[in-house]
Design a protein around this ligand. Structure first.
Ligand code: ADP
Ligand code: MG
Length: 385
């Protein structure tokens, strides 16, 4: 076991890394963060921020010398970085597991190979692949295989012709073409798995997206039956076991005509698991610390129902003010109304610049009564704009 006050290494400096730093600090650990952005939210909270590229071997050597173990909050860390660090110290999750989750083709092949239900798809590496793609994939979604997030690098395509145009617009980068499913709703399972294979799933969250970005998460998921929720947890646990996963893993699902389909995995804590900070005995970030350090996993049970609402940069935008681009300016929203709601927990990530669609913070409303939690969260959201 790696015990406090050991130093832990975090690859990536976004808000997920920041919550990891906060959880680790509460437990008495120190954290070093590697991220190339000098204003990274996790870097600001860390004991040390190495402001360097993920492929900077000097910085990786420093991490290897000073840290007891390494984890990540960002699936696009190069596999070579994880492999290099793994020569010197434990890296959890492994480069292999991250490598599968960071490439949509590898991810889909993994699901297919392990009998996990998923939307029909084809790997697209050339125009020829698109010409040969089965007609049943239309209407579909063309997604770049790597580096897509928050709906970026995706195009909804009604026909083969539209898919060809979209593929050309993506510079013929490797893609997957997925059949468009008719969604009843979406859910996710966040779980933690330790070295010995013990697994603890958090309550299933129901997720609503707006413009391809997570908007609201409701836990426990309200639209689904207990059987469907249990099945989602079992599928997520099966995936974690097949990946030999150690750490916190998120699995996103579609529910279509009452059946579950895995959409994608994230080898890290997840936006839809933010609610665990305020509503569960152990948060997804504390579980990441625990799995990384070889501690027994904590109890993931929720003590309250929770509704989480993302706060995007759009609400920082004030069109009535003159701004640098002469059509408006960004200003700090008035947080007083949110902060006066006693069962609302506001989390702001300390990002320097607001941009439309950028995740700047979130709030979670917790209540014994899920209907009340939802009503308070929706009223709060309306109040903030
Ligand atoms: P990201 O990496 O941006 O989260 P996703 O693959 O999860 O990308 O897609 C973002 C959202 O787009 C999904 O949560 C879902 O709402 C919608 N979507 C993606 N793929 C499909 C599909 N095959 N059928 C229906 N909706 C989809
Ligand atoms: Mg997604």
């Amino acid at each position: 076991m790696i015990l406090p006050p050991a130093t832990l290494g975090m690859l990536g400096g976004g808000q997920l890394g920041r919550f990891f730093v906060l959880a680790a600090h509460e437990m008495g650990y120190k954290v070093w963060v590697l991220d190339p952005d000098q204003n990274s939210p996790a870097g600001k909270a860390a004991d040390r921020h190495l402001c360097a590229a993920y492929e900077d071997f000097g910085a990786l050597d420093q991490l290897a010398q000073h840290c007891a173990a390494i984890t990540t909050e960002f699936e696009n860390v190069p596999a070579a970085t994880l492999d290099y660090l793994a020569k010197f110290l434990p890296v959890r999750p492994s480069a292999d597991a991250v490598g599968i989750c960071q490439n949509r083709v590898a991810e889909k092949m993994f699901l297919q190979g392990n009998g996990v239900p998923h939307a029909a798809f084809a790997a697209i590496n050339s125009l020829d692949d698109l010409h040969k793609a089965p007609a049943e994939l239309f209407p579909g979604i063309l997604k770049v295989a790597r580096f897509g997030y928050d709906g970026k690098g995706q195009a909804r395509v009604a026909s083969r012709e539209e898919a060809i145009a979209a593929f050309q617009a993506f510079q013929q980068e490797a893609c997957v073409l997925e059949q468009m499913l008719q969604l009843d709703y979406e859910v996710s399972v966040v779980l933690a798995r330790d070295e010995a294979g013990n697994t603890q799933s958090f309550p299933v969250a129901e997720n609503a997206h707006a413009k391809g970005i997570l908007d609201v998460s409701i836990a426990p998921a309200r639209s689904s039956s207990p059987q469907l929720r249990q099945q989602a947890q079992q599928l997520a646990e099966h995936i974690a076991a097949q990946l030999g996963y150690i750490g916190t893993l998120a699995v996103e699902f579609f529910v279509s005509h009452g059946a579950l389909y895995v959409n994608e995995m994230a080898p890290r804590p997840h936006n839809s698991g933010h609610y665990t900070v305020d509503a569960c005995i152990t948060s997804q970030y504390e579980q990441q610390v625990r799995a990384l350090c070889g501690l027994p996993l904590g109890d993931p049970r929720a003590h309250s129902a929770a509704v989480m609402v993302n706060l995007l940069g759009d609400i920082w935008y004030d069109p009535s003010q003159p701004g640098p681009d002469s059509c408006g300016a960004y200003r700090e929203p008035d947080w007083s109304r949110l902060l006066s709601i006693p069962n609302l927990k506001l989390h702001l990530y300390g990002k320097h610049h607001a941009r439309p669609g950028r995740k700047m913070g979130h709030f979670t409303v917790v209540d014994a009564d899920p209907v009340k939690a939802h009503a308070v969260a929706m009223a709060a959201r309306a109040a903030i704009g």
